[in-house]
Design a protein around this ligand. Structure first.
Ligand code: ADP
Ligand code: MG
Length: 150
């Protein structure tokens, strides 16, 4: 699934829209260079799921947002070694809510198979957003919705 957005606002909106399809236990892995819009998109997701204003957790490893489903926002930009992430016990977070990870390419090999991947890339003043691992669910959710309304 590929989308092009022309502004930060559009990217945030995209985050709000896909957040409807997330559920407890999901890991969403964000990749893409600095300034590509990872945090912007996460702001939309966190807003939809918790009503909170997400900020970039650049000086800490994790931000936690409480909502109907809690959101745990990891930023691995400053991660020095993989051991660090393995010692924070993140299985515990998975049971509780949704895990969003910026700079997930640093830990690709320890991510489960069913991880949802979102890559953002800068194309001049636009952003190309590629989402993997969510297509089938979006389709199913849409079908369910249309059955309900008939
Ligand atoms: N289409 C777009 N989507 C997201 N951000 C955009 C877009 N166009 C310009 N920007 C700008 O790019 C920057 C993205 O920053 P941020 O979301 O913090 O990136 P990252 O977390 O990937 O480092 C912001 O300054 C934002 O205003
Ligand atoms: Mg960021």
């Amino acid at each position: 699934m590929i989308t092009i957005t022309s502004s930060a606002k559009e990217t945030e909106k995209m985050g709000r829209e896909i957040a409807r399809h997330f559920k407890r236990g999901d890991i969403v892995a964000f990749t893409g260079e600095l300034g590509s819009g990872k945090t912007t998109m996460i702001k939309g997701i966190v807003k939809h799921l918790t009503g909170c204003e997400a900020t970039s957790p650049s000086f800490v490893l994790i931000n936690e947002y409480q909502g109907k489903i809690p959101v745990f926002h990891f930023d691995l930009y400053r991660l020095r070694c993989k051991i660090e992430i393995e010692t924070i016990g993140w299985e515990e977070y998975l049971d509780k809510g949704i895990v969003l990870i910026e700079w997930a390419d640093k830990i690709t090999e320890i991510l489960p198979k069913d991880t949802i991947f979102i890559n953002l890339s800068i194309i001049n003043d636009k952003r190309k957003i590629t989402i993997k691992g969510l297509e089938r669910r979006i389709k199913n959710d849409k079908q369910r919705k249309s059955i309900k309304s008939t």
